[in-house]
Design a protein around this ligand. Sequence first.
Ligand code: NAI
Ligand code: MG
Length: 336
Amino acid sequence: MAHQVAVIGGDGIGPEVVAEALKVVAAAGVELATTDFELGGARYLRDGTVLPDEVLDELRAFDAILLGAVGTPEVPPGVIERGLLLKMRFALDQYVNQRPFTEPAKGIDMVVIRENTEGTYAGEGGFLRHGTPHEVATQGSVNTRMGVERCVRYAFDLAQQRRGHLTLVHKTNVLTYAGDLWQRTFDEVAAEFPDVETAYNHVDAACIYFVQDPGRYDVIVTDNLFGDILTDLGGAVSGGIGLASSGNLNPDRTSPSMFEPVHGSAPDIAGQKKANPLAAILSAALMLDLLDEGAAADRIRTACAAVAAQLDPSGASDGPRPTTTPEIGDAVADLL
Ligand code: NAI
Ligand code: MG
């Protein structure tokens, strides 16, 4: 039976790259029944709405959500991020943000598991005496035992299915309350996974290792803010923004998970067929993992790696290189 997928193309290059992702999924032989939702910066500019509660309720009925990118330069910062992306993550309890990074030439094959519903992004805090010389702004970090534990448990499970190594990244030496909760939870869950070897890095040290020795990592688990920053670095050291994919997962399947490339709507190249669709295609592969279509997902990843090698200007590949967005999508589809 076809999987029911809500598609949010969004703004800028979003619809262009999502079209290629859907083309590739079809070429891999997986049947999707898709429904388009018009959300993002363009909608906000037209009627002032971002993610109405009725639309959120409609989304709950789907097996998964595939998103291109949302946001345009005319929309003030924060409106779409908090009103759409964060609202969806929180309301649909997508508590794991999973971002894989591979770069065979550098020995990189790692997955970052970022806690996706708590920490400094929970929205705790406020202003006092706003706009005055005595203004105070606080932005607290919310860490619940339940929230940390379910995320850590997911990461151990994933590490066990991979190479059996999990690193906790935090800043336990300075963030002594939140860090203590994370470390204790990590140690307690570790006892249930005797086959998984564990390590701990402070987040600043992890930044060095990401650049100088990323081959040491298999799975990393970290909080929301550290994970946001570390995954941009992960993208930068492994093939760039054109390849970085992500899943916002509700592993308990109480509501749909959402899959999106890490990049934004790239207004500078929108409509010019210059966007690299591989990040969106790899995000669709993550979606297929969740839809229990892992074999098709693996075939898509293999095809993407081959096409990424063709695109690499320093690579050994001769023959014609695909250049436009649809040509790259076709090249992946042809390999399937
Ligand atoms: P961006 O990721 O859209 O673009 C940064 C640079 O990377 C640009 O030079 C762009 O041309 C290039 N780029 C991005 N994706 C590419 C691709 N697939 N192929 C080739 N080049 C690519 O980030 P920026 O410029 O900071 O944000 C633009 C808009 O996107 C803003 O409105 C921002 O709020 C929104 N945004 C949305 C995100 C989302 O939907 N999750 C994430 C990040 C930004
Ligand atoms: Mg980010």
